[in-house]
Design a protein. Structure first.
Length: 149
């Protein structure tokens, strides 16, 4: 592909609502794709699905989509979070899951133009949103130009 698809990623923990929405707005995000399995947790604060959709539209002029196809399963999450699992194992299992789901066939690169992948982790280093981008880039020949906010 000659034109790269600009994609950003962001996590909502360890930040304020003001800083979170300012980063999205200044990045020119047109749509936030929520890649969390569960998007209604009381612990999410301003990032609960209904509130988040409203705030994104009002503050940033951005749309909101929940896409659990890009989320780990409950079993994978519990093994890593609750049972304090190994990151390498989590990464391997999640990459296998994306392969089984064939996400690269069910989605298209142009669906990601101007999008921001959202999850809870404050940094992308040990977060599945980064793995989603890397996996898709591997399948799509580096079509995504990824920036972590």
């Amino acid at each position: 592909m000659s034109d790269s698809i600009d994609v950003t990623t962001i996590g909502f923990t360890k930040t304020t609502a003001e800083r979170f929405f300012a980063r999205i707005k200044s990045a020119g995000v047109k749509k936030v794709i929520d890649v969390r399995l569960h998007n209604t947790s009381q612990l999410a604060g301003f990032a609960k699905a209904d509130d988040l959709s409203y705030f994104l539209k009002e503050i940033c002029g951005a749309d909101y989509v929940h896409q659990p196809l890009l989320a780990p399963t409950d079993d994978i999450l519990k093994a890593f979070k609750r049972d304090k699992g190994d990151w390498g194992v989590y990464q391997s299992v999640f990459l296998d899951l994306m392969g089984q789901r064939k996400i690269e066939e069910r989605l298209r690169p142009d669906m990601f133009q101007g999008c921001c992948l959202l999850c809870s982790e404050d940094t992308p280093h040990r977060c599945h949103r980064r793995l989603v981008c890397e996996y898709l880039n591997g399948k799509w020949g580096g079509a995504l130009s990824v920036r972590h906010l």
